[in-house]
Design a protein around this ligand. Structure first.
Ligand code: BG6
Length: 491
């Protein structure tokens, strides 16, 4: 049904996500002829708003945030003619009656049942209300072509995630539910699958016998900005580790699926989470470092302390930085530490995964050798590089590490789609591979629960402050010992 008319409903149309990510992504898909010939984007939100004014604001969003820069006027006008605004309270029955009428009319006009997508770009408290209303008003009942897309946070802990899963799966088939983790849509993250499973050269080395340790680091330059209200009750563990970092870990650590097929891939990923060694409360404080930024300079700009940010409690103990050491207890990984790190207000944005290989057991050179290291850079640079020793030209046998480098910039002329473009297209085409199944979300919560519990019990114990614009508390570097002296960065 690729060419069926599509009706995309966005709840939370006045929100940041719609303006920054969803509309620019849909616009770029439209520009590149990936949207079906007939579609409508129905934007729903509470605010009273003139439709033209609303669209002008979306256009401003595209101009500011689209990877292609400013929109083409003619193309935008054509695209925008398919957008409508529906003012409605998510809590009121009448909103859904009007929405349903609108969608039914669209179908009648096209004499076809459209593919219906309902995107929940809303605060978590609205998810159940909207889901229930869609169900009660029988707008999203055909499991072949009606889908809902749910943003994170998906629950705030294991219990609430389970509850939400139960709620949703009572009303929709699992195959209709697309739980977003936008990291899975990133180009360089998708490429890890290709790198690992289309290149047999690395596969024999991809295990405890040859790998010393692995680092997964997602450093952010941004602070909490205007999201203090949400962030202060969430923190970096829930905001980044439970979802994005654990998903990166799954892709790095998973077994090869039998085929490139969504359920097999998701099965392989969830197995990784289930094999992560659970922490006892004692182990949490030894293996997981939390930090919070104080005032400092980031990229030449002044950043206030986290506790002084808008809508943040003045005595908040919420972590803006997490570093953790995890072990996966299976044949492939037993004994190999996986180091995870993420933080806000760090010196630069940089997401890199480093696989450090072991030293050779027997050395024939006198030089102190640097172990082989494979660095997968996800953003801002898209790059894979392999570090290896080489003889420095000259009359002596002197060694020095060099890099074999693959950069997207040099290798490709294609532009890099945004994660949301890839993911929205997958939803339209009904491909759930890059979305979180119910059991994946729950397994990921299970991994972080002991940490959440320990921190809840000891709210301020070992909360390390770090200056904005630094790489986080020094204890996070200690954690690496004796495997590494520091967190690796792209050189
Ligand atoms: C979101 C988090 O899921 O991911 C944000 O809520 C974070 O706090 C963002 O900044 C990072 O995404 P990206 O694509 O900018 O790396």
């Amino acid at each position: 049904g690729k060419n069926l008319p599509s009706a995309i409903t966005i709840f939370g149309a006045k929100g940041d996500l719609t303006r920054r990510k969803l509309i620019p992504a849909l616009y770029n898909l439209f520009t590149d002829h990936h949207l079906p010939p007939v579609f409508t984007i129905c934007c729903v939100d509470f605010l009273e708003e003139d439709e033209e004014v609303f669209k002008q604001d979306l256009l401003a969003g595209v101009n500011e945030f689209s990877r292609n820069g400013k929109a083409d006027e003619a193309v935008w006008n054509e695209f925008a003619s398919c957008i409508t605004y529906l003012q409605g309270d998510f809590m009121k029955e009448d909103t859904y009656k009007r929405l349903r009428k609108k969608l039914d009319t669209f179908d009648k006009e096209n004499k076809k049942n459209s593919v219906r997508i309902f995107y929940f770009a809303v605060a978590p408290r609205f998810i159940e209300v909207i889901a229930d209303a869609l169900h009660v008003n029988t707008m999203c009942g055909r499991d072949q072509q009606d889908r809902i897309v749910v943003e994170k946070p998906f629950g705030t802990d294991l219990e609430t995630a389970k509850k939400l899963n139960r709620f949703l799966t009572k009303r929709f088939a699992e195959k209709q539910i697309y739980r977003i983790d936008h990291y899975l849509g990133k180009e360089a993250v998708q490429n890890i699958m290709a790198f690992r499973f289309a290149n047999y050269v690395f596969e024999p080395l991809w295990n405890r016998k040859y790998i010393d340790h692995i680092q997964i680091s997602v450093a952010e330059e941004v602070g909490v900005g205007k999201r203090g209200g949400y962030y202060d009750s969430s923190g970096a563990l829930r905001d980044m580790v439970q979802n994005h970092l654990l998903q990166l870990l799954c892709i790095i650590a998973m077994e090869r699926p039998g085929f490139y097929q969504s359920e097999l891939i998701r099965d392989a990923k969830v197995k990784v989470l289930k094999h992560i060694r659970p922490f006892t409360q004692q182990q949490v404080f030894k293996n997981v470092i939390r930090g919070q930024y104080t005032a400092g300079n980031v990229q030449g700009g002044r950043r206030v302390a986290y506790r002084k940010e808008e809508q943040v409690q003045p005595a908040s103990n919420t972590e803006t930085f997490v570093a953790a050491r995890l072990f996966i207890d299976n044949d492939r990984w037993k004994g190999v530490p996986f180091y995870l790190r993420t933080g806000k207000s760090m010196p630069v944005q940089s997401s890199v995964i480093t696989i450090q290989f072991k030293d050779s057991p027997h050395k024939i050179f006198k030089d102190d050798l640097t172990p082989n290291r494979l660095v997968i850079s996800i953003q801002p640079e898209l790059e894979i590089s392999l570090l290896f020793e080489s003889k420095v030209p000259g009359l002596k046998m002197k060694l020095k590490p060099v890099e074999m480098d693959f950069t997207y910039q040099e290798a490709y002329t294609e532009t890099i789609p945004e994660a949301y473009e890839a993911l929205l297209l997958d939803v339209l085409e009904g491909n759930p591979t890059l979305f979180m199944r119910a059991d994946q979300v729950e397994a990921a919560w299970k991994v972080v629960m002991p940490i959440l519990d320990a921190w809840k019990k000891y709210p301020s114990k070992e909360l390390h402050l770090y200056k904005a614009g630094t790489w986080g508390p020094s204890t996070a570097t200690e954690l690496l010992k004796p495997y590494a002296k520091d967190w690796f960065r792209l050189s």
